[in-house]
Design a protein around this ligand. Sequence first.
Ligand code: SAH
Length: 348
Amino acid sequence: MVTTRYDLSRSELAELLEGEPRYRVDQVWDGLHTQHREPAELTNVPKALRSAIEELLPPGLTPIKEVATDHNKTIKQLWQLVDGHLIESVLMHYRDRSTVCVSSQAGCAMACSFCATGQVGFDRHLTTGEIVEQVVRAAQRSGDRRVSNVVFMGMGEPLANFDNVWPAIERIHDDLGIGARKITVSTVGVVPGIERLSRQELPVSLAVSLHSANDRVRSRIAPINRTYPLRKLAEALHSYRRAKNRRLSFEWAMMAGVNDSETAARELAAFVRPLNAHVNLIPLNPTPGFSTPGTDLELIHWFRDLLESFGVNATIRSNRGTDIDAACGQLRAEQQVMLRGKPQRQKA
Ligand code: SAH
């Protein structure tokens, strides 16, 4: 694999720039990370060094397509990796924050039936640099508005790529300056990953894509549940809470006749109440491989009120960018049809 711009740690960069004084290494590192600069814009370092960096550390992400919606408040970017795979990230501006939603893998092996990425399958893990670079690119695109939050809710299962995701989180925190609580890892319930997360020092936020609190139903829509059923998941989440004392949240994409009944609400309440967690109800995005329609908005409101009456805090999440396929791998799906279904290899 080619080493791309953000793949090196600070000490590896120092090794690469062997012979350069320490302050130069710091200038390059800070320029790339804190100031989100391109090598050519590192005007405080000599030109020869700028060119060397450009050559030694090519970008990991090449822009393929950008789509904006919600009056430019949602900007979806499709990137090509150096080996041809396509990934997405989404920049979302809100009144009080700007959030980038990043991918952790090209494709996903979790095979959730309702998820566009899950329907396509797994290509490979993203490197630490490819994850960090998505945040840097979003910060560049965001201009005067500082990117304040990062959510791992793009393509892939972050806890299945822990070895690369965790160093990326540390870099996003330490060098890009984003607070730990403003970094959210979203998982479908990879129990060993949750256990590892609870042993880390940085108190990042954890979101769990639950979608059903009934093993039979959940195993059907999220096959990982066959390996880590709800009881195991609950155990891991309880010890996570004990270790970190951090608030948990759950995502629940509302699928008609699957997880939107009174029984479903009761099961959900019984699962989350002991964890004192918050529930985000998400209107389902239609995807090519899943024919069940999403729950009507009116029924989603009823479900929310029902949860509240069971003592559970629940919010209906606005679904940014549905009109531009800005959710859940759809832009990539469309692009891959255009590329005849195969990632295009770049010439070496
Ligand atoms: N693998 C991780 C992160 C990526 S998915 C996880 O499962 O949490 C990010 C969120 O989008 C998850 O909550 C996922 O369940 C949700 N999602 C996936 N497909 C969706 C769809 N078609 N409609 C609405 N939400 C969806």
